[in-house]
Design a binder for this molecule. Structure first.
Ligand SMILES: Cc1cc2nc3c(=O)[nH]c(=O)nc-3n(C[C@H](O)[C@H](O)[C@H](O)COP(=O)(O)OP(=O)(O)OC[C@H]3O[C@@H](n4cnc5c(N)ncnc54)[C@H](O)[C@@H]3O)c2cc1C
Length: 408
């Protein structure tokens, strides 16, 4: 007999998305989060997230897309270029035959919509300022030791779902090794206002100091993500507002004109961490705990949502949430996608990290060449949008979990 069917460690976007996805299932769920509850949406950070079409479908199935869509900005075109070369390429929604390649949402809007959904969820209990400190598992249950200011307590759960981020305690407590690489870069994030309209274009610009993304936001703002070496990031963070705004077009160019306003700036150290396996006895990892990627291709949460959808759909059809077979299938279904997405993000970063002029000109020529290959561009666009095979189950098609009628 266990206290909970599932215990989710971590109440970030992955943990919240999993909890919300499991709302229709007859499961008793506990979510454990080490920070205090966010009582005001400003408690969430300044990040904005590009969500592919596939993620939009999953959030539609979970039932929160309607709550974010009003503030989501459609991506109609992706424009890729490199500073110092003439090469560029454009992927358009029209060429792929969809209204939008994806949408950009602020983390605040998304987290708030998820919080509003889970707060009313009868099958979910949440505890904050509580950390997972020990795990022991046998054939029947995983016994978790949780610690808060009042001391320690044990809970027995059929499944531990570790969604506690890149520095996951679940991962280390389960004895799962991870490959980890420090990129020697820091991402500066800020929402900035360009003088010209962005027309729904998401820009990826490879500058000499590092990649810079400008994602379209509502109110003609752009969500900037600029990855820089730590020293350079320190210098940019120390600039006053006017100097910061003046610096942007020198790296980004003038496609959006100059920049007239900026919100607060925030930094994120960048490291890739990939768990060597996703499962242990009565336990699994998902989201950044399984795979923390460089934000260059905006794939981290998109990938996490595919973890969530696969897991939720498996849980809908197994009586025991910690069943060995369920865990094996989860790992089999998720590992290839995780590896391919990590390779693509990492490869893109490395491709543009050599600044020797002949390399740069070759890349410029490759971008021009790609621009003239519509079938290849369409394929890349579909991958970026989150389409993967096999896409099984209702959530991948934007339908609620139980509408497909899976028995439990
Ligand atoms: C600058 C930047 C831009 C990005 N842009 C995009 C984008 O455009 N598109 C995209 O798809 N992705 C993007 N990402 C990636 C995306 O933000 C992450 O993949 C996503 O937020 C993952 O969230 P998570 O919940 O898995 O991890 P986290 O956000 O790290 O959450 C983990 C949670 O677990 C809690 N926790 C940790 N340890 C414990 C413990 N022992 N016990 C209990 N709780 C614990 C933490 O407090 C935290 O709340 C970006 C990332 C960055 C840094």
């Amino acid at each position: 007999m266990t206290d909970y069917d599932i215990t989710i460690i971590g109440g970030g976007l992955t943990g919240l998305s999993l909890a919300a996805a499991l709302a229709p299932l007859p499961l008793k769920i506990l979510m454990v989060e080490s920070r205090p509850p966010v009582t005001d949406m400003r408690g969430w950070d300044e990040r904005s997230l590009a969500l592919g079409f596939g993620s939009r479908l999953i959030y539609g199935g979970i039932g929160i897309w309607d709550a974010v869509t009003g503030n989501a900005s459609p991506i109609e075109t992706v424009h890729v270029s490199e500073q110092g070369t003439l090469g560029s390429t454009r992927l358009t929604a029209e060429a792929v035959g969809v209204a939008a390649l994806g949408h950009v949402v602020t983390l605040r809007d998304l987290a708030t919509a998820l919080e509003e959904k889970v707060v009313a969820q009868p099958n979910l209990e949440r505890c904050y300022e509580t950390r997972l400190v020990q795990v022991e598992a046998d054939g029947e249950a995983a016994t978790l030791t949780l610690e808060d200011d009042n001391g320690r307590r044990e809970v027995a759960t059929s499944l531990l779902a570790g969604a506690d981020g890149g520095a996951s305690s679940s991962r280390s407590l389960l004895g799962i090794d991870a490959a980890s690489e420090d990129y020697g870069q820091v991402a500066i994030v800020a929402n900035v206002t360009p003088r010209k309209p962005h027309h729904g274009v998401a820009y990826e610009r490879f500058t000499r100091s590092g990649p810079m993304a400008m994602l379209p936001l509502t109110g003609n703002r752009s969500a900037m993500v600029w990855s820089l070496p730590p020293r350079e990031a320190e210098r940019v963070m120390a600039l006053d507002e006017a100097a910061f705004l003046a610096e942007l077009p020198r790296h980004f160019g003038y496609r959006l004109g100059d920049f007239t306003a900026t919100g607060p700036r925030e930094t994120f150290p960048l490291r890739m961490t990939l768990a060597r396996r996703l499962i242990a006895r009565r336990s699994l990892l998902l989201g950044n705990a399984a795979h923390a990627l460089h934000p260059i291709a905006g794939q981290g949460l998109n990938l996490a949502l595919r973890d969530v959808a696969v897991l939720a759909e498996l849980l809908a059809s197994y009586d025991d949430p910690g069943d060995d077979m369920l865990l094996q299938i989860y790992q089999q279904r998720r590992q290839p996608d995780i590896e391919a997405t990590a390779r693509a993000s990492d490869g893109l970063l490395r491709l543009f990290s050599h600044h020797w002029p002949p390399y740069a000109h070759l890349r410029g020529a490759a971008l021009i060449g790609l621009d003239r290959l519509p079938p290849l561009k369409r394929r890349l666009a579909r991958l970026g949008m989150g389409f993967r095979k096999p896409l099984q189950g209702p959530l991948f098609h934007g339908r609620p979990l139980l509408s497909g009628g899976q028995p439990r």
